[in-house]
Design a protein around this ligand. Structure first.
Ligand code: RB5
Length: 149
């Protein structure tokens, strides 16, 4: 099983604890990049730390959790090479792996329950990227590569 990076702010802390247990029970090696307590904190710090760790590995994978998942996804997607997808169901988790080769899953603790979050995570981690035509589109995401007609 692969190493999974995980991080949250205070609003995602409880769900992070549940997901860590779930992933560890499956045999994943889980690295927690904070926060370390449910006290109020600022989500971008944790998004940036996690993204640096994901990018430092050849096929790094991460999970970011905040109240909505939105702030984490906005911050994470500032990193070139990070494709962070906010998913609220298994369909999105499967599609973003197959088409976007997403390497970071974002979840909102105030949006999904622990059971659904675990199921979304399992699909995200278990779905392969399709490649092919999707790679051209992913390459075009980087502004330096995109040609606007
Ligand atoms: C914290 O209250 C909340 O704003 C944060 O967790 C996140 O949802 C931001 O997008």
């Amino acid at each position: 099983m692969a190493r999974i990076h995980i991080a949250s702010d205070h609003a995602g802390y409880a769900l992070k604890q549940e997901l860590k247990q779930h992933l560890t029970a499956q045999g994943h090696d889980v690295t927690d990049h904070g926060c370390d307590a449910p006290a109020s904190c600022d989500y971008p710090h944790f998004a940036h730390s996690l993204c640096e760790a994901v990018l430092a590995e050849p096929d790094g994978r991460g999970i970011l959790i905040c109240g909505t998942g939105i702030g984490m996804s906005i911050a994470a997607n500032r990193h070139e090479g990070i494709r962070a997808a906010l998913c609220t169901n298994e369909f999105l988790a499967r599609a973003t792996r197959m088409h976007n080769n997403a390497n970071v899953l974002c979840l909102g603790e105030r949006v999904v329950g622990a059971g659904l979050a675990a199921s979304i995570t399992d699909v995200f981690l278990g779905t392969e990227y399709e490649g092919g035509r999707h790679q051209r589109r992913i390459d075009l995401i980087e502004l330096s590569a995109a040609k606007h007609a």
